[in-house]
Design a protein around this ligand. Sequence first.
Ligand SMILES: Cc1cc2nc3c(=O)[nH]c(=O)nc-3n(C[C@H](O)[C@H](O)[C@H](O)COP(=O)(O)OP(=O)(O)OC[C@H]3O[C@@H](n4cnc5c(N)ncnc54)[C@H](O)[C@@H]3O)c2cc1C
Length: 385
Amino acid sequence: MQFELTKEQIQIQKAVRDFIKGEFKKEEIHDLLDRHAFPERLWKKAAELGFIGIHFPEKYSGQGMGVMENILVAEELARGDSTVGTCILIADFATEIILHCGTEEQKAAWLPKVAEGQCLSCGAFTEPDHGSDITTVETTAVRDGDEWVINGSKIFITNSGPLAGFYNVLCTTDPTAQPGHRGLSLILVEADRPGVATQDVGKKMGITLTYTAEVTFKDVRVPLSNLIGKENRGFYQLLEFFDESRILIAAQALGIAQGAFDRALTYVKQREQFGKKIAQFQVTQHKIADMATKIEAARLLTYKAAWNFDQGHMDPKLTSMAKMYAARTAVEVCDEAIQLMGGYGYMQEYDVERYYRDAKITEIYEGTKEIQKNTIASVLLGKMK
Ligand SMILES: Cc1cc2nc3c(=O)[nH]c(=O)nc-3n(C[C@H](O)[C@H](O)[C@H](O)COP(=O)(O)OP(=O)(O)OC[C@H]3O[C@@H](n4cnc5c(N)ncnc54)[C@H](O)[C@@H]3O)c2cc1C
């Protein structure tokens, strides 16, 4: 058993930390937050440095690394700044569907654009009436000659905005299939196709700099060759994608937890009350010990899930455990960080209230914590359930 990062992985970690130290400036970030503006400059810079799509093959402008290296980058980005970091770590969201299931043409057309920071990518699965349960999908794709005609609506779609390049759209292609999920397919829809329209969902609790929109598809025509992978296998392809993407969200949560912890740790060593540093109170020490232990446990689960994925194994139980545990840790650690920083922790100036708001999404998207528990239990109980 080997618990140490390789030299190369440590270098990647250091490179991201240097990027954050050099480029994540408080003034710029607060200005972006005030304007609700996507951090375009930092996203492009991160792409230039090879941090986006680090796990794509080099021939598609990636770095030929694994999921492990991708989540190390994600962890550091979210640690450096939970809001800006999230925009960057999720910039290539769902491109892995093309990477693993797409045709050579699809990969050559889109992977370099995403990795080079020319566009953002989107996974369009959730619908207004179908969130946790995506076994039923109302968006349809109907064959017409050599084209698919797509109609429907998707909600809460990350990266859907002026910088979006394409959508991986979950559609019903065989409405007669029983059960319904055997009639679903994933289809690539370029964002500039006529009939694609987006509407921002409005103000959010956290991750306020990411684009989140409702997307409607009205008689959108794409060539049959835009099918991703196999017809009517979209649901299964998506499950495989979740096995990877949930590790990324676990890393996002882990980074947010670590970032809030870093700030609280610095604070308790400086703040004095009753003639002592508050770090000298035993209750503070116990809180710090609990927070650090939870973060370490979340890290072990997340790294193990990533390592496992890179060995070519699918393990939905492990992935769901990592995502569920890291997300809970993020929420709990941020809560405690605010508490340790008292009234200052509640102020925007000190960041941890924002980390807290940004942490919560990790318990919702890519499957809620309840859905993660369902996955874990169904593996443990099998048919008993
Ligand atoms: C900011 C943001 C970004 C997002 N980005 C994307 C994106 O890029 N692409 C995309 O496709 N989607 C995206 N989503 C959607 C997200 O994945 C869904 O919101 C999530 O899966 C939950 O679906 P829902 O909101 O419809 O809630 P529901 O499914 O209606 O769930 C409501 C509650 O019921 C619980 N519940 C549901 N079913 C069960 C069950 N079987 N057992 C126990 N409890 C259950 C849930 O856990 C939850 O607590 C995003 C959402 C947000 C808020």
